[in-house]
Design a protein around this ligand. Structure first.
Ligand code: FE2
Length: 373
């Protein structure tokens, strides 16, 4: 049954994992204040004590444990009539109930989508591979084609909404095309982020994941950017972040209950590309070394290449010391009748094995692999 979407919401909410919290996010049609209620406690979208109304996308931050244990939440909003400084006028509350399925149990079914480049229909069809058995949706960069307009972010929320209907957790990472356009500088306003940062760690059930963001895919001086990017220093700050994560291993990847350690990065950064994409050899080599020697991840998930394959350390895609098996899992393509098609990646984790399938929006399986972790 397809669940109704409340009148002022553009889509169902998306429940993104960030750190040990969920960020429940949803784009709206008109100004409203908003909250998520879990077990009788309300979590407003607020900033320094002010309930926010003048934002196209709301964000309620809730403790992961609380929502996991409750297994449901209520999303509520009040539309603004006139937010005058005294006695502001608001419409009555509208409430929408959502069930929520935390990542628990022996088998974890993950669906991976990257490079949708504004397409919605075909990535959603492919992303429904697991049906109601889906446990976690990963959106791994370049979901909108660029950040030129706020409306472009609706692609992210449409895809999440149609696959999860507000009831399944998601992970979101930034891709290189996301750095382009007028809204790129405020990207963290419209998408999940760790206090504004696009790289962070996540703990969700037995999974620990580190999101690494390579930024743009060419040198900062490339004329395509016209001097609008500063990614080299951004990547250096990420190296420092990675070192801090390693210093804090006991609370990160070595914490009790962690069974699967994932690296999620739009760009498969262990691979040396052809010019002008052959950037940051030194930094990417250091990331690979820190990950291999300290974190020892089980799997890396990437997109960006518009291909679907599994590559192991030492294979042709490993130039800088790939720390673990790599899954590149997203391929948008055009059919002979000009319709867009999409191949994504279904991953099931169980008993130390990852079963991987590359499936298309029309249900064909383009390849499958079993990876010992
Ligand atoms: Fe990309």
């Amino acid at each position: 049954m397809i669940k109704n979407i409340a009148e002022n919401l553009k889509t169902h909410p998306a429940v993104f994992a960030v750190g040990h919290d969920y960020q429940i996010m949803v784009p709206v049609k008109a100004s409203c204040i908003m909250f998520a209620e879990i077990g009788g406690e309300r979590f407003y979208d607020s900033a320094n004590g002010i309930n926010r109304s003048e934002t196209p996308v709301h964000r309620m931050i809730v403790p992961m444990k609380k929502l996991d244990n409750a297994g449901k939440y209520t999303l509520g909003y009040r539309k603004i009539i006139n937010r005058k400084p005294y006695f502001p006028e608001l419409e009555d509350e509208v409430l929408a109930e959502y069930d929520f399925k935390p990542v628990r149990g022996g088998r974890i079914n993950i669906y991976h989508i990257a490079d949708a480049h504004n397409e919605i229909v075909s990535p959603v069809r492919a992303g429904k591979h697991f049906g109601s058995e889906l446990d976690l949706l990963v959106l791994n960069g370049d979901i909108p084609n660029h950040s030129g307009t706020v409306e472009n972010f609706d692609t992210v929320y449409e895809i999440v909404s149609q696959i999860t209907e507000g009831s399944i957790p998601c992970v979101f990472s930034r891709g290189n095309h996301d750095l382009r356009g007028l809204c790129a500088e405020a990207f963290a306003e419209y998408t999940p982020s760790a206090k504004g940062s696009s790289f962070y760690t996540i703990r969700i059930g037995k999974i620990w994941a580190i999101l690494l963001d390579c930024g743009e895919d060419k040198p900062d001086t490339n004329e395509e950017y016209g001097g609008t990017v500063d990614c080299h220093r951004f990547r250096l700050s990420e190296t420092e972040f990675l070192k801090k994560v390693i210093e804090n291993a006991d609370n990160e990847y070595e914490a009790e209950g962690v069974e699967y350690k994932l690296v999620i990065s739009h760009v498969p950064f262990a691979r040396k590309s052809v010019p002008p994409f052959d950037i940051e050899e030194e930094i990417f080599t250091e990331w690979c070394k820190l990950l291999s020697e300290k974190v020892k991840p089980h799997l890396m998930l990437s997109g960006h290449l518009h291909q679907c394959f599994v590559s192991y350390p030492g294979d042709e895609y490993d130039s800088f010391g790939q720390p673990c098996p790599l899954i590149v899992g997203s391929k948008p393509f055009r059919r002979e009748n000009k319709e867009m098609g999409f191949i994504g990646c279904a991953i099931s984790l169980e008993n130390g094995v990852a079963e991987v399938k590359f499936n298309s929006d029309s249900g064909e399986i383009y390849g499958s692999k079993s990876i010992e972790l």
